[in-house]
Structure formats: structure tokens, C-alpha cells
Design a protein around this ligand. Structure first.
Ligand code: MN
Length: 289
């Protein structure tokens, strides 16, 4: 049976072309992972491809992971965290934080990466904000390839996040937690699983109950592996907010628009903050769907 495939939808983040693979129609989450944007690979000279002005988040962790290039994160806790390939920035929003992410003035003219969000379970989603900046993540060798593990060190539900590098003319095999649901996303190169050739920038639902993954490649490949225990809570996503009710979304929007203390102030970004879009009326919550 072919794998369920969710092609990333082409859109833009400012001037930056992206593919958005989560949330997908018919697939809102993989474990706690609720958002997946891919950008690049791209070359630039004098432009600033990543330029996301200060904006707020609630209810999530953001995970920024690069394959190439560099970005700078600044947040309302006062952190300034330059990120390069091989490292990871994990920002825990808790009840509220604001941040900016941009291409630094000094750069190598290349950019390739992903931004993911992890939904926080109810018991932790109104907790303290924080930033985890790591210059390097653990790299684990498997038969046929390498796994770079960017799972947040501080996480709030069982989960995994990895960048898999499959060697050329090899089959990479690695164990999976069979209690997790998993998704696989081809970033570069060529890869096949279960004799099915994967398309680039497409999220494949591997389902649950898999205890091993075997990925075959001819010329080599990079893939994202995301997974976790089925989340079990129904989340409501609007703009940069992940909550449970329309009232919570509306309150967060008001706090941002009125520049209340909840989100603080991002210093060091040269330009105005991003205003929240107009609030549309939510469909009535239907816990059965
Ligand atoms: Mn953000």
C-alpha cells in the first residue's frame, strides 16, 4: 500500500519562498509536531532572504534547524542567538514570547533550513518561556547513514526530531519507537522506503507501530524524521498562536496588538513588529471531529 503523502504547499514568508507541509489537509499533526516549513536551498548576494520581524507565539516550541547558512534569533527574553548548520534553536513560548529571525549582515550567501513547531501539552502550555541554543546536536551513526538529533533537550511529551543523512548507494536502517507516529520528509537527494520513491518536499505519514525504518538511496539523501506519541489533545491554531479555544486566541491577539507585557519587547531588530491579522470568526468547536 502506498504511503500517505502530503506535498508541501508553496507559499512565502515575507520574500522567502517556502513549502509548508504541516498542518496539512487531513493531517494536522505528527505526534506533537504541528508545523513544518522548508525554505531553500538558495543563493543570494545582497538580499536578506530571511527577514521575519518581531511576532508573538503561545502554546508551542519553535525549532529552527539549518542545512546551510545562518540566521539570527532575537527574543523578548533578551536572547540573541546566531544559528548555523549543525546547531539548533529551540524557543519555548509557554504563555507568551516574541521573537525575530533574520539573515545576519555577515553571511555566506546560502540558506537552507526548516522551521518546526511542537505543540505543548495542556499541563505545560502556560509555563515559562525560554530559549535553548545549541551549537551542535548529537550525531548518531547508523548502518548506511547518520542521524542528527534536534529533539528539544527540554520537551514536554515523548518525541523525536532528526535530520537523516543517507549515504550514496546505501540503505540506512534505524530503530523507531513503535509507540510513536512518524513522518518523513525528503529535503535533498533521492530516497525510497518500502520500494516507494519519495518526492521532494513532501511529508510521508509512516503511521504507528513501525519499529524499524529502512531508507535506500542511490546518490545520497537528507530527510527529516519527526515523530512522537499521538498528541491526544485537540489544538486550535491561528496565526502564530496554538491554543485550545477561540477566546484564548482572541486574548493573545489583543495582548500583542496592545503591546501588553505578556509578550515583552524584542530589542536589536531594525524595523517594526508584525501586526496580527484581523481575527476571523472561528467555526464552533466540535470536539467530535
Ligand atoms: Mn516565529
Amino acid at each position: 500500500m502506498p504511503l500517505l503523502a502530503y506535498p508541501g504547499r508553496p507559499t512565502t514568508l515575507g520574500d522567502l519562498p517556502i513549502w509548508r507541509a504541516l498542518p496539512a489537509r487531513g493531517r494536522r499533526m505528527i505526534g506533537p509536531w504541528c508545523f513544518l516549513d522548508r525554505y531553500g536551498p538558495l543563493s543570494f548576494t545582497d538580499a536578506k532572504p530571511m527577514d521575519v520581524a518581531p511576532h508573538p507565539h503561545i502554546g508551542i516550541q519553535t525549532v529552527s534547524w539549518l542545512l546551510e547558512g545562518e540566521i539570527v534569533h532575537r527574543d523578548s527574553l533578551g536572547f540573541e542567538a546566531p544559528l548555523r548548520a549543525g546547531g539548533v534553536n529551540v524557543m519555548t513560548s509557554g504563555r507568551g514570547i516574541a521573537h525575530s529571525e533574520e539573515t545576519p549582515r555577515r553571511n555566506g550567501g546560502r540558506l537552507d533550513g526548516v522551521q518546526l513547531w511542537v505543540a505543548l501539552p495542556d499541563a505545560h502550555r502556560n509555563g515559562e518561556p525560554g530559549l535553548e541554543h545549541r551549537k551542535e546536536v548529537p550525531v548518531v551513526e547508523h548502518r548506511g547513514g547518520l542521524a542528527r538529533l534536534f529533539t528539544p533537550r527540554t520537551h514536554f511529551s515523548p518525541m523525536i526530531g532528526a535530520d537523516l543523512e543517507v549515504h550514496a548507494r546505501a540503505t540506512m536502517t534505524l530503530p523507531l519507537d513503535a509507540s510513536f507516529e512518524h513522518g518523513l520528509y525528503l529535503l535533498a537527494g533521492d530516497a525510497a522506503i518500502d520500494d516507494e520513491l519519495l518526492a521532494i518536499n513532501t511529508l510521508y505519514d509512516l503511521g504507528t507501530a513501525r519499529s524499524e525504518l529502512a531508507i535506500r538511496s542511490r546518490d545520497g539523501a537528507r530527510l527529516l524524521l519527526i515523530g512522537g506519541a499521538p498528541f491526544g489533545e485537540r489544538v486550535l491554531m491561528w496565526w502564530n498562536f496554538v491554543a485550545r479555544t477561540p477566546e484564548e486566541i482572541a486574548a493573545a491577539r489583543t495582548a500583542w496588538q496592545e503591546e501588553q507585557e505578556r509578550f515583552g519587547v524584542v530589542r536589536g531588530y531594525d524595523g517594526p513588529r508584525i501586526p496580527a491579522p484581523a481575527l476571523v470568526k472561528f467555526a464552533p468547536a466540535n470536539p467530535a471531529s
